[in-house]
Structures are given as C-alpha cells and as structure tokens.
Design a protein around this ligand. Structure first.
Ligand code: SF4
Length: 717
C-alpha cells in the first residue's frame, strides 16, 4: 500500500467485496479522505485481507468515473436529468404498468451487495406494498443451491458452523472451491491450521489444478458435472467400512427418498449403485482415490467441508448440497468444533441481506415461504397489512424474470447494485429482454446493465452510507458512513424511500433511515428462530460483528447452531435440528444424473468459469484499480498445453468458442493449471463476455444456473 498522506483517524469497517466479510481498518485524513486500508487484527479475519480488500481505497478514489447525476434515455441516448425528472418518470411508468397490466408486470432485481436495510425495504415495498413477489437478485446465481440444500436438510437456511471451526478441523474437504483465489484469508487460516497440526489433511475436488488444489494432500480432478457420483461413492465406502456414526444416525437423522421417509437399510441399498469401481471411469479418477477420500473424511477427528460455486452452479446443485450435508450427518462430523459443513459466499451481504430478509421470489423474511398461507399471514400481521392481502404466487426467479422481460410480461423493473447484463448465463438472449423492458438501474459506475437502462440513478457506494452486512457465518457487521457520495448520488435506501412515497406507500415504508429500518427489522426477526433482536447498532459499533441467533442484548451470539449454546436447542439436548418438527435432520437419497451439457463429437471440450484472485464479480469496481488490473490482465480463455498443441494454437492467438447457445471470439492463454479437455474463463471482463456462451440450464429446486458445465468447440478465428 502506498502511503498517500497522514492518517488522522482509523475506523473499523468491513471489506466491500466478498462474503468472507473481512474486517478492515480504514484510515481517514483530516480532510475526510480515505488514505489507507489494513486488515482489522481484532476482527474474525485476524488482520488478514486479500489484494482486493487492501486496495479498497484505490477503488473508492475513482470519483471521476462515478455516476453522479441521474440520466434518462431520450431518443436512444442517456442524457443527464434532475432527480425530480427521473423519479417522476419512474413513478409514472411503474404506476402505469400496475394499472394496466397488474402488479406482476413490475419487478425488483437486487443484489447481495445492497445493505440489509436496503434489501429489506425493497422486499417489503414490492411484496407487502405493490403485492407482487417479483423480487429476486443475484444470489440466485451464486448460492441458491446452498440455501435450498440447508433448508431441505436442516429445516432452516444458513450454515450450522463458523470460521472458527477451521482452527479445530483435522480434515478439510474442499469441493468446487478455489479458496486460495476466492477466499484467501480463509485459505490462509486453513494453511495455518495445517502448520500447527501436521496431521491435518486437505482433500480438494476440482476438475482444475487450481492453486488450492496444489496445496492438497489429495486432489481429485473429477470431470465437470460428475461430483454427485463421487459423493455417493464416498458414502458407499463409509457404509462398507464402518465409518458411519450409528448412534448419531439413530438419534438425530431421518432418511428420505425426496417424497417419503425411508430406512437406513434403504439408504445403504441405494448406495449399492455407487461402488467406487463402477463410477470411477465416469469420474475420471481411480476407485482407490475415492476410497482414500472417504477414509480421510470419515476417520478424521473433525472434518470440515467448504464449498462454493463449483457445486452450487450446477443442474444438481441442490442434490450436491444435500449429499454433502448428509456426509456430515452420517459420520457425525457436525455440531462439534472443527466438524461442520460450511458453504462459502461470493458477495458481502448475500446471506444477511438477501437470504435472511427473504428477498427472493419464493420467500419472505426468515425462512418463510410465499406459497404457505400461514407464513404470509404471519408477515401480514408483522407488517400491519390486511390478512390474505399478499400474493400467494411465487414471483419470477432470476432467469424466469429475464425471460418474462423477453416475453414482454414484465414491463418495468428496478435493478439495484448488480449487473445482470454481464453476469447472466446465455446473456445475449436475456439482454434482449432487458432492452424491451422499462429498466431503472441504480449503480455506482457505468455497467453493461446501465447501458441498457431507460433511467440510470447514481448510487452511493459502501462507506458513503450506513448499514449492516451479514457474511457467510451468520455474522452481522456494521458499515458506518465515512464519506459523502460524489455529485448527486444517493443511497439505495434513500432512492427506495422516495420511490415508496411517490407510489403512495409512504406510511407503509415508515422506517426511512438506516437506524429506523434496522430497528424494525431486528424486531421482525424476534418472531422467528433467525432471531437477532439482540444485535443493535449500538453493539455493532463496539463489537466486531455478532453471530445470530442472538435473541437479547446481553446474548453473546451463537458460533455453532443446533447444539449447546444455541438458544433454540432445548435444555439438556446435545444436538437438536429445530428446523424439523422432530428435531432430526434429513439424509436424502439423491440419484446422479449426467449433465445435459455432456461433451460430444460436435462440442468436444468442457468450459467452466470462475474468478481470479485480483478481480471480483463483473469487474465493475476491481477493474478500476491499476494494481488489480496489472495483476490479472484482461480475461482470456485458458487451456492445457495438450489441448493447445492438439489444436495447433499458440498463446495470444484468437479463437472462436462455439456452444449450443452462442459463440464468441477469445484470446488463448496456455496453463498447466487446466486439465486436458477442460477450458477455463473468468467472467470479470466485459470485453470478454464469456457468459454469452454459458449454458442457462438450471437446478430445478434452487433455480440456480449451471455455469460450471458448458460443452464447447474451439476453432481458429
Ligand atoms: Fe476479505 Fe473477500 Fe475482501 Fe478479500 S475480497 S479482503 S477475502 S472480504
């Protein structure tokens, strides 16, 4: 970090980017400029931050490129306008659409980067006010499968364990996670754990030889789309070698085939189809390595699984999540220090801001389902609106929403703090829908999505406003306002409150400031087992975040759920999965189905996408930082030397990438980190819109797109 001047005061805050939610210290000058960033030694990340977090000041210094005035599209061109003109036009369009086509002709598409207060307000306005459930957001693209997986297994969303478990685990099982690049402080913590205890082992399941895989004791480079075979084969091995915990299963587990309760014996019979020798050829690894992984997982004193998009962004994403949770349940590797499943999160506030506030099209706050009358009635009572007034029909999930735009069923949409015109799969198709819709987009920089908007609203960024982020391990942390937004930019909450008033819902959206919204929201939580009534702004100003459940202001927060210390576990019980009526978690029998995107003679290569260490999401913020750009360079199509030599391609050469849904040109990079037959592309760079060829097949339960497996062919351009 370059020291650019004297720091007058240091302020605790949180990193803007990923769901690790690292605590940072921000050094401000006398003239209220952000001068320095460093890791917060007292926060959960113990001072460790990655290259992106350490350059937050450079990103925030990009004032010249910020959106500073509202813009309205006139004769095809975005022209500067006043807030009054922009908000009047937006209100007219939304009112007109609702009057003419009904409430379901409008939609809100949010983000795991909005503050919790903002997501909660938008969700309340659209679902409780306008009476449409067309509220979804980008967490649908990254962690919906983990959320549905937890809910089906434990009866409640959000993980049982915490980062602290890393310090106690004896085996790390990383599947579909390149934590070295995507969650570096957590990966470093795992490495420290391995150093402190040389018996600690790490298994990494990834088709690519990532930097994470390089550090593994056992790397399983399974072919894209086949991991469910591996997990079931590991379970088979566990059953055959007494690696299961019979007492834990008897006391705390039910088995289900997805429809009916079945027996433990049925589960064992189901696994007979997944003998390691039988599935190994399809997985592309040896039966010996499958068994080895099962022994390492089952035999360790405490096993911790960590995963992210590699198994969430799959057509069997929910099944994969169920089965991973099952591996912990049948071996009893849960609810103890170091023994837990823990899904990692991509965005700073996807857990707290979107999943917990219920800002997706099928849910309402704190795990309630739109489709359940009693759940709607509870929220109607809490929000003070007439009984049975909310729509019982789940809204459009992300891909269905953009398809509804293509089909002109959704006429007006408000998109905040996200960039679906770059991040959606099969993106060229869905962009056509965005073009047809009256689109209002609030963001901080120009993006591929603002380019399609009819109204662009300049938004405040991060420490230019106040609010709460909820990260991966159920920890709420406060962001305090340290800077004024540039030009006429406003916080997303101010925009939503103004919009609500103009639409005639000023009395319903009565909490109008961050403090007022948080006060309302924490009290809403007291009606559920997501209870964080005890987490006040006052406490968050002093403490380095608090983990819910936290039902009272003298409660210390809960590190591990479903066991002693969790306020909802009955007295005297060691384990109790209170999301289920009998307190027992569910192990599902989940059958593997091959991906529709299997390689063929026509499309002989797999394409998988992801992140690199120095860029984040669609690059709208990180690509503004020179240090990060010089580290990553522009995005390229990365392939193994064997593939390059077979196709007679050289590094830097331009190729045509063709998939079933589209094609594009790409520049080739050659790397030993890739596996022969599997190509990799990062999605941060808008000049290399890889999502143009990525499949929009999706999981039938979570509706999360299967970005990780697309069959392609590559030819010289
Ligand atoms: Fe931590 Fe993620 Fe920020 Fe890096 S990007 S500092 S890992 S929160």
């Amino acid at each position: 970090i370059v020291d650019e001047g004297p720091v007058e005061s240091w302020h605790k805050s949180v990193c803007r980017y990923c769901g690790t939610g690292c605590g940072v210290m921000l050094g401000m000058s006398k003239g209220k400029k952000l001068m320095r960033v460093r890791g917060d030694q007292e926060a959960h990340n113990k001072g460790v931050i990655c290259i992106k977090g350490s350059t937050l000041d450079k990103m925030l210094a990009n004032e010249p490129q910020r959106l500073k005035k509202p813009m309205i599209r006139k004769n095809g061109t975005l022209e500067e306008a006043s807030w009054e003109e922009a908000m009047t036009l937006m209100t007219e369009k939304f009112k007109g659409a609702i009057a003419e086509h009904g409430a379901d002709s409008v939609a809100f598409y949010g983000s795991g980067q909005l503050l919790t207060e903002e997501s909660y307000t938008a969700n309340k306005l659209f679902k409780g006010g306008f009476k449409t459930n067309n509220v979804d957001g980008n967490p649908r693209y990254c962690m919906a499968s983990a959320a549905v997986g937890y809910t089906q297994t434990f009866g409640k969303d959000e993980p049982p364990g915490a980062y602290e478990d890393i310090d106690h685990a004896e085996c790390f099982f990383l599947i579909g996670s390149n934590a070295y690049e995507c969650h570096p402080p957590l990966f470093e913590r795992m490495m420290v754990r391995k150093k402190v205890n040389p018996n600690v082992r790490m298994i990494v399941v990834d088709p690519r030889k990532t930097k994470t895989a390089e550090h593994a004791d056992l790397h399983l480079p399974v072919l894209p789309g086949t991991d469910l075979l591996l997990l079931n084969a590991m379970l088979y091995t566990m059953m055959k070698t007494d690696l299961f915990d019979e007492e834990f299963i008897r006391e705390h587990v039910n088995f289900s085939d997805g429809k009916n309760k079945v027996s433990f014996e049925d589960f064992k019979k189901f696994l007979e189809d997944y003998k390691p020798e039988k599935v190994a050829p399809e997985l592309g690894i040896s039966a010996r390595d499958i068994r080895k992984a099962a022994y390492m997982f089952g035999n360790a004193k405490a096993t911790m699984s960590l995963w992210t998009m590699g198994i969430n962004q799959r057509i069997q994403g929910t099944y994969l999540n169920n089965t991973l949770n099952s591996m912990h349940l049948v071996t009893g590797h849960i609810n103890r220090p170091g023994a837990t499943p823990l899904s990692l999160t991509g965005q700073s506030n996807a857990c707290g801001g979107v999943r917990d506030t219920g800002s997706l099209s099928h849910i309402i706050p704190h795990g309630r389902l739109i489709a359940k009358k009693e759940h709607r009635n509870e929220m109607e009572e809490i929000w003070g609106i007439p009984k049975d007034s909310m729509s019982p029909k789940p809204g459009y999930h992300a891909l269905a929403l953009f398809q509804a735009m293509v089909d002109e069923k959704v006429k007006c949409a408000l998109i905040m703090c996200t960039n679906p015109a770059q991040s959606s799969p099969n993106v060229e198709h869905y962009k056509k829908g965005m073009e047809k819709t009256f689109l209002v987009v609030a963001d901080v920089f120009e993006t591929e999505t603002t380019k399609l908007a009819d109204i662009v609203l300049p938004a405040a960024l991060y420490i230019e406003k106040q609010g709460v982020y909820g990260q991966t391990e159920r920890r709420y942390q406060l962001i305090e306002k340290l800077l004024d937004p540039p030009g006429e930019a406003k916080s997303d909450l101010q925009i939503l409150v103004d919009f609500a008033e103009r639409m005639g819902y000023g009395d319903f959206i009565k909490a109008k400031t961050p403090d007022e919204v948080w006060e309302e929201y924490r009290k809403v939580s007291s009606h559920s087992k997501y209870n964080f009534e005890g987490i006040t702004y006052e406490r968050l100003k002093k403490e380095r975040g608090l983990q819910w459940p936290c039902p009272s202001t003298d409660h210390p927060g809960t590190v591990r759920r479903y066991t002693k210390g969790d306020p909802f576990v009955p007295e005297g019980k060691e384990h109790y999965f209170y999301g289920k009526p009998d307190g027992k978690a569910v192990v599902f029998l989940r059958t593997y189905t091959p991906s529709k995107e299997k390689v063929t003679d026509e499309y002989p290569l797999y394409l998988t996408t992801g992140r690199v260490i120095s860029q984040w999401h669609t690059g709208t913020m990180t690509m503004k930082v020179d240090e990060l750009m010089s580290s990553s360079g522009p995005a390229q199509l990365v392939m193994h030397p064997e593939d390059a030599s077979r196709m007679r391609l050289k590094e830097g050469e331009t190729v045509k990438v063709e998939a079933r849904r589209g094609n594009m040109n790409a520049v080739v990079k050659i790397s030993e980190h890739e596996t022969p037959g599997v190509l990799f592309a990062a999605f941060y760079d808008p000049s290399f819109l890889i999502n143009g060829v990525v499949s929009d097949d999706h999981d039938p339960f979570s509706k999360e797109p299967a970005y990780k497996v697309t069959a392609v062919r590559v030819t010289k351009a």
